[in-house]
Write a protein that binds this ligand. Structure first.
Ligand code: NAD
Length: 477
């Protein structure tokens, strides 16, 4: 990539990942081959196979749900402080195996090691620590003096934060006394299966957590299983709707964390350099494969030219390449299918008349890569302004007044997150109250903390994960 400085390669050793030729599913406290197909998980940075997994079949779903049901009674009756001890143990083990998990995540997902090491793994451990602290205080959480767990939770997660999403789902469920059947995404099963090892080593009673690698059919089997009392799903809005339809009228509980099309709103009094860093972090972080990515930049007209020039200068210094290199800013796209979707939508942006720009950027020949891309001259009707791209692609729109910014930001079927950049505290508060988004960041973007609830409005889903609110999704009403 064109840069004023050339950096020597600084790759993290892949040996740290302790990659094995094959991984097994985890049912009733034991590892075993699934009854489904043997599949290879691929390194998206170079398309080489990493390991083989014999995926779960439908009979494994039955076994896992039965094991979770048997484990539920004793687990839910354990005093909260005892459940908390298991969660603390898991949290500490994630920290101890942090380097291994970070390298494994970067290999399987394609995200830069800097992100997996500094964001995904520490935040996953932090979620276990945080909910461990709640386990013996549920009676003080505002859900009545003696809140009860729901039962067996079926949890289905996507590929963009494989370990972190597993932690978001498992930690609050266990703290509240539920048992779990979790399915990672088909392209990123490895860290969830290592988390299963950690759970086994923490001596959790068999059946409390079951982890089934598999594709959409296994997700569907978990959703449809009569022995599952609650579904927690993170993924696309389309699949969320399918799941909602299939649970309708069943009386079973559901929480959905779906897509987003966040607006990052920059006012003319914002510190431009700081805003540029926030925009870069908001959309080029994790290759834009973040549900809450700041994929629409709304900039006040009077500072638009200055901001866009600064942003382009900054993008010229980003390093795209080997996810294991500690200097890499932008890694690989997770799969060929995701890359094809990004290409299709960016081609549509050009066809609809927006202006496309990318910094000079040499992409590796093998693997799934997409250069950071900025579209200017975008109108609200363009597909790149409406549809979730889930790639390192920013659509820039302008506004003149705060009301116009609010109207444009809210003009989307989604409502997961938004950002506001301004020096005025009163403007932050008034914008936050008018934006229909679950999370509104002020003068920052993409910050996560286990104590803070996260979730959407409208087609971004319902229910909250994280914080005290995250307990509610796992407590009977
Ligand atoms: P996806 O919906 O295709 O898959 C998500 C998970 O659902 C995978 O494990 C998949 O195997 C499973 N699945 C697919 N079809 C299913 C079905 N019919 N029944 C049950 N399970 C099924 O999404 P994806 O492409 O893996 O992930 C990207 C999407 O996830 C994006 O739209 C993104 O916005 C969203 N996402 C949202 C959040 C959030 O917190 N709101 C977080 C991360 C990702």
């Amino acid at each position: 990539m064109a840069s004023r400085f050339e950096y020597a390669p600084a790759p993290e050793s892949r040996d740290i990942a302790r990659l094995r030729p094959s991984y097994q599913i985890f049912v009733n406290g034991r590892f075993r081959d699934g009854s489904g197909e043997a599949v290879k998980t691929i390194n998206p940075a170079d398309e080489t196979p990493l390991a083989e997994i014999v995926e779960a079949g439908r009979s494994d779903v039955d076994d896992a749900v039965r094991a979770a049901r048997r484990a539920f009674g004793p687990w839910s009756r354990l005093p909260g402080r005892e459940r908390g001890k298991y969660l603390f143990r898991i949290a500490r083990a994630i920290q101890e195996r942090g380097r291994e998990l970070a390298v494994l995540e970067s290999l399987d997902n394609g995200k830069p090691i800097r992100e997996s090491r500094d964001v995904d793994v520490p935040t996953a451990a932090a979620h276990f620590f945080y909910y461990a602290g709640w386990a013996d205080k549920l009676g003080y959480a505002g859900f009545g003096p003696d809140p009860q767990p729901i039962g067996v939770a079926g949890q289905i997660i996507p590929w963009n934060f494989p370990l972190l999403m597993a932690a978001w789902k498992i930690a609050p469920a266990l703290a509240c006394g539920n048992t779990v059947v979790l399915k990672p995404a088909e392209t990123t099963p490895l860290t969830a299966l290592v988390l299963a090892e950690i759970i086994a080593e923490a001596d959790l009673p068999p059946g409390v957590v079951n982890i089934l690698a598999g594709g959409p059919d296994i997700g569907q089997a978990i959703v449809e299983h009569a022995g599952v009392d609650k579904i927690a799903f993170t993924g696309s809005t389309d699949v969320g709707k399918i799941i909602q339809r299939s649970l309708a009228g069943s009386g079973r509980r559901l929480s959905l964390e779906l897509g987003g099309k966040a607006a990052n709103i920059v006012f003319d009094d914002a510190p431009i350099d700081q805003a540029v860093e926030g925009i870069v972090n908001g959309i080029f972080f994790n290759q834009g494969q973040v549900c809450c990515a700041g994929s629409r930049l709304l900039v006040q007209e009077s500072v638009a030219d200055e901001l866009i020039s600064s942003l382009q200068r900054r993008l010229g210094t980003l390093r795209v390449g080997d996810p294991l290199d500690k200097n890499t800013d932008v890694g690989a796209i997770n799969s060929a299918a995701q890359l094809a979707r990004i290409r299709e939508l960016t081609d549509a942006g050009v066809a609809e008349g927006a202006t496309r720009w990318s910094p000079p950027c040499a992409l590796p020949e093998r693997g799934y890569w997409f250069a950071p891309t900025v579209f200017t001259g975008v109108s609200q009707a363009h597909r790149i302004a409406r549809e979730e791209i889930f790639g390192p692609v920013l659509s820039v729109l302008t506004f003149r007044t705060p009301s116009e910014a609010v109207d444009k930001a809210n003009n989307t079927p989604y409502g997961l997150s938004a950002g506001v950049w301004t020096e005025k505290g009163s403007r932050i508060l008034s914008m936050a109250s008018r934006l229909r988004a679950g999370v509104v960041w002020a003068n920052t973007f993409n910050r996560f903390d286990p104590s803070s609830p996260f979730g959407g409005y409208k087609e971004s889903g319902f229910g909250r994960e994280g914080g005290r609110h995250g307990l509610e999704a796992y407590l009977a009403h």
